[in-house]
Design a protein around this ligand. Structure first.
Ligand code: OAD
Length: 254
């Protein structure tokens, strides 16, 4: 399918030297990774993602929460980057001043060839120790897939024996400081920001497109549905990441 771009969007991209690509779960939807605000399916249907993604849930039932993340990690391992991820990597080649900022905990940007995506919400592939030092922990990769709805006891840290936890940001936790600083700096100093596949409902990440708009960038949204970010965007392209991003990237300078 060919996407016609509004002329102002094509011009902004053709002239841009510093571009931020800000992505959410919709970026990976066409790779078969469910978004957050989709209802959970199958055996997970009786749980709410926002309730599983908390320190309290892990404390109350570590096997349930570790099982959920290990099931998601196994699913991401089986997924492949889609045309949207590949287009983002191509954009980095065309416009070297491109910074990719993602809320996603998968590794599909990396596997598509993106150089150094900034992970605001951590990664499924960076588990860490729950002990005082909170250092990175090794877990088997690939791990045991507990299957949908499956429970799995978190392994003990090889150094101190404390349970290992997913290396993701949970609700109520602070974002990694270096990632947030990089994201704010890039958003404050870009010509164009593409916000792709995010509901724009989770803060502080949802501030990133607003910061770009307030500092004079052209903010372009790719999402099949309206979001609270519509109001900050100069253009709202109602399509999917895999459909729309290749056309946007083709409009960027070489
Ligand atoms: P959401 O699940 O909240 O939103 C996904 C967005 O993607 C929605 O606006 C959909 O309309 C859109 N979408 C769906 N399919 C798409 C496609 N093929 N192409 C483009 N857009 C599509 O996911 P996020 O906004 O990423 O945080 O959620 C933000 C954060 O909330 C997540 O990082 C996670 C979650 O709870 C933490 O775990 C801390």
């Amino acid at each position: 399918m060919r996407t016609e771009l509004p002329p102002a969007v094509a011009t902004a991209l053709a002239e841009a030297r510093r571009i931020v690509v800000f992505t959410g779960a919709g970026m990976s939807a066409e790779s078969g990774v469910p978004t957050f605000r989709d209802d959970l399916t199958g055996l997970w249907a009786r749980f709410d993602a926002e309730q599983l993604a908390t320190p309290e849930a892990f404390q109350a039932d570590p096997d349930l929460v570790w099982g959920w993340y290990e099931w998601r990690r196994a699913r991401v391992r089986r997924a492949a980057p889609n045309a949207g991820h590949l287009a983002v990597a191509e954009l980095e080649t065309r416009v070297p001043g491109t910074v990719v900022i993602t809320q996603n905990v998968d590794d599909l940007h990396e596997r598509a060839g993106s150089r150094a995506p900034v992970h605001l919400h951590g990664s499924l592939f960076a588990p860490r120790c729950t002990g005082a030092a909170a250092h990175p922990a090794d877990v088997p990769d690939p791990g045991a897939d507990p299957g949908e709805g499956g429970r799995l006891t978190p392994p003990g840290c090889a150094q101190c024996g404390a349970p290992v936890r997913p290396g993701v940001v949970w609700f109520g936790e602070a974002l990694p400081r270096a990632a947030l600083t990089t994201a704010i700096d890039a958003a404050s100093d870009c010509d164009v920001l593409l916000t792709v596949g995010t509901s724009g409902m989770v803060y502080p990440a949802a501030e990133i497109p607003r910061i770009a708009m307030l500092t004079g960038a052209t903010v372009i949204q790719v999402n099949p549905d309206p979001t609270p970010l519509d109001a900050v965007c100069a253009a709202n392209l109602r399509g999917t990441a895999a459909q729309v991003l290749p056309a946007l990237v083709a409009a960027a300078q070489r």
